[in-house]
Design a protein around this ligand. Structure first.
Ligand code: GDP
Ligand code: MG
Length: 313
């Protein structure tokens, strides 16, 4: 996917030296495992900070951000290479419009992804929100219906606006864990994955602060209230997901145009009906017929039959 014209990932140089060192170490780890390129797909509702996150990772203002949800209708792929490694990040427009999934936007995204391989899905939402609702579930469902349940083996949930003071005396960690729990539940329900199976997948939740006013530690790295330098932590989590035992999701024509990957079971329905007819309905019909034949006739019926016979002779 990377062409020889891919631009150099110079944005790394804008990070604090400690962050740069960690990132280059992670790229080295990926290359050691023969992973020379990664494609990250960023999805989520409008205005949650998807584009800002892309800019933060690349270290340049590569995609436009807007507080007013006037996102372009098309996805954008940004590619940068560094030390023989290529990073592709795909920013997408928000999927919700007027309380519903914007099917056209979803279709454009799917077509954009045709013949690409998604190594990591970054599902973005905000940390500083208190509720999850049906829209969240609809987005997760739309992603699952588009790319299959397997996409969640390759997913990270990223929460922006992480430089935040929780209300009601809750500690930062408590709030984070409550918010993660609520979101995870909605992801599991939207993806229709059984509880045990979902726990086994273990989708990581990471925190992000895209604001220029993000606090810094002694090494000048951007840190969150929990003391974590979030850029290296995010890239480390991306690396772990990329290297986990599950396969990346290749988007081919069959996946985007074929039957919904989660409803392939529906193809069995006619066969199941046929089997039911021959192995359940037919035998039952036979039994009923036999039953009718063996039935002891009521007295009036015998009398009528007898009188009919008498009349015949
Ligand atoms: P998108 O619609 O999901 O791509 O969201 P944008 O990246 O365009 O961001 C929407 C608005 O939220 C912009 O005004 C951003 O400056 C702001 N924003 C995004 N991420 C953060 C964050 O982590 N912290 C703060 N304080 N603002 C953010
Ligand atoms: Mg955007």
């Amino acid at each position: 996917m990377a062409s020889q014209f891919t631009r150099e990932w110079t944005g790394i140089n804008t990070f604090a030296p400690a962050t740069q060192t960690k990132l280059l170490e992670l790229l080295g780890k990926l290359k050691q495992e023969n992973v020379n390129s990664l494609t990250i797909l960023v999805m989520g509702k409008g205005g949650v900070g998807k584009s800002s996150t892309v800019n933060s990772i690349i270290g340049e203002r590569v995609v436009s951000i807007s507080p007013f949800q006037s996102e372009g209708p098309r996805p954008v792929m940004v590619s940068r290479s560094r030390a023989g490694f290529t990073l592709n990040i795909i920013d997408t427009p928000g999927l919700i419009e007027g309380g519903y999934i914007n099917d056209m936007a979803l279709d454009i995204i799917k077509r954009f992804l045709l013949n690409k391989t998604i190594d990591v899905l970054v599902y973005v939402d905000r940390l500083d929100a208190y509720r999850v609702d049906n829209l969240d579930k609809l987005i997760v469902k739309a992603i699952t219906d588009s790319f299959g349940k397997a996409i969640w083996n390759k997913a990270i949930v990223a929460l922006t606006h992480a430089q935040f003071s929780p209300p009601d005396g809750l500690s930062y960690d408590e709030f984070f864990s409550k918010r993660s729990e609520a979101l995870m539940k909605i992801v599991r329900m939207g993806a229709r994955i059984k509880k045990d199976a979902f726990q086994a997948v273990g989708v990581p939740v990471v925190l992000i602060e895209n604001s220029g006013r993000c606090n810094k530690n002694d090494s000048d790295e951007k840190v969150l209230p929990n003391g974590i330098a979030w850029i290296p932590h995010l890239v480390q989590t991306i690396t772990e997901i990329a290297l986990n035992k599950n396969e990346s999701v290749h988007v081919d024509k069959k996946l985007i145009e074929g039957p919904n990957p989660n409803q392939r079971g529906k193809l069995w329905i006619p066969l199941i009906f046929a089997l039911q007819y021959f192995f359940v309905m037919k035998p039952i019909e036979g039994l009923i017929q036999k039953d009718i034949e063996n039935e002891t006739k009521p007295a009036w019926e015998l009398r009528d039959a007898l009188s009919r016979r008498r009349n015949r002779y």
